[in-house]
Design a protein around this ligand. Structure first.
Ligand SMILES: [Zn+2]
Length: 349
């Protein structure tokens, strides 16, 4: 009898221990923040429809929330103020990047992370000097100050920057600050520098998804391989920048291709995070663009029938999808600035 009791105790210990081992961590070591510029609920549902009812973002999302996007001075935000609310937790004036409404620089999430020894980086499908990446890695009163934004990024603490905008950067200055520069996707793969800036091309613009292929996913792959070497963790901001441009152009095909490209990159990152187990992945938007309505489905193509009510941004709240340790913190309806505070708390910055 005593032997049987001992056996039960032993089995109980084993199952408790294995339960302990399989329990996911409550806090993330790394955060990957994916921003679909101008990517509201309808944009992603359009991609879901076009893909025949499959979307990585829907498949992996464990918790969802809604983010309200108004800026300091406008009911409808631009990408500068929208990005700054998420990067630095402060509502600012439209057109400003990484500053408060008084134009004074405010610390951003990647800067706070770098100060604690984490690695930081970004992968975008626009110029690196464009509003969203600038909100995270620069501080200027106007998003149009491209040379100044490039200078801020050069003198900043980012470890890896992947995007366009080569002409705005001074390569000699980049070298002085320890950056290894590469141009093109093949060169990016071979870029093993301690700090890296990888441009898609020498042009200032970035091609559409139909031309650039899976550059975004390749950039994300390169980014997690490099940044995850840091034992202290990392913060990575990924942007599907051109969903917004499809919205501004009221171009359904352009918008759909960019949204699908964003979902492919997100799918890669979700799968990577699933293996890693210590990475929180958040997918959200800075605002909606185009006032997109889906008012039917083409029975031949299976694509949604898309109607735009404006060529500008709208005020509608945007969805937040979260996966991994800490994902439960992103439920609810909140101001976009909350995203900053919740990520900051989870990374203990
Ligand atoms: Zn826009």
């Amino acid at each position: 009898m005593r032997k049987i009791i001992l056996l039960f105790c032993y089995l109980g210990f084993i199952s408790a221990a294995s339960l302990q081992a399989s329990k996911p961590p409550r806090r993330p070591k790394n955060i990957i923040l994916i921003i679909g510029d101008g990517t509201g609920l309808a944009q992603l549902y359009a991609a879901y429809t076009a893909k025949g009812g499959k979307l990585n973002i829907y498949q992996f999302a464990q918790y969802t929330g809604l983010s309200m996007t108004s800026s300091f001075d406008d009911y409808i935000t631009d990408s500068g103020a929208g990005g700054t609310a998420i990067s630095a937790g402060k509502k600012t004036r439209n057109g400003m990047v990484g500053t408060g409404p008084d134009s004074m620089p405010i610390p951003t999430l990647p800067e706070l992370a770098a100060a604690k020894g984490l690695s930081t980086g970004t992968v975008v499908t626009c110029e690196l000097t464009h509003a969203t990446p600038a909100s995270f890695f620069a501080h200027q009163p106007s998003r149009k100050m491209y040379p100044e934004i490039a200078k801020d990024m050069t003198n900043g603490r980012g470890d890896l920057l992947i995007g366009g905008g080569y002409p705005y950067f001074d390569t000699a200055e980049l070298r002085k600050r320890g950056f290894t520069t590469s141009i093109g996707m093949e060169a990016m793969k071979n870029n093993t520098g301690k700090r890296q800036i990888c441009f898609y091309n020498t042009d200032s613009s970035v091609q559409k998804a139909t031309v650039r292929g899976n550059a975004l996913e390749m950039g994300c792959r390169h980014a997690v391989q490099k940044l995850s070497r840091n034992k202290k963790g990392f913060f990575l901001m990924v942007e599907g920048s051109q969903v917004d441009w499809g919205g501004h152009d009221n171009d359904s095909a352009y918008l759909l291709n960019e949204a699908l490209d964003l979902d492919s990159a997100a799918g890669f990152l979700f799968r990577w995070a699933m293996t890693d187990k210590r990475t929180l992945v958040i997918v959200t938007a800075d605002h909606e663009c185009g006032g997109l309505t889906l008012h039917g489905k083409n029975t031949w193509t299976g694509h949604p029938v898309m109607h735009f009510s404006t060529g500008h941004h709208t005020a509608e709240p945007v969805p937040v999808y979260a996966f991994g340790p800490g994902a439960a913190h992103f439920t609810g309806v909140y101001e976009n600035t909350e995203l900053f505070f919740r990520m900051k708390k989870l990374l203990r910055l």
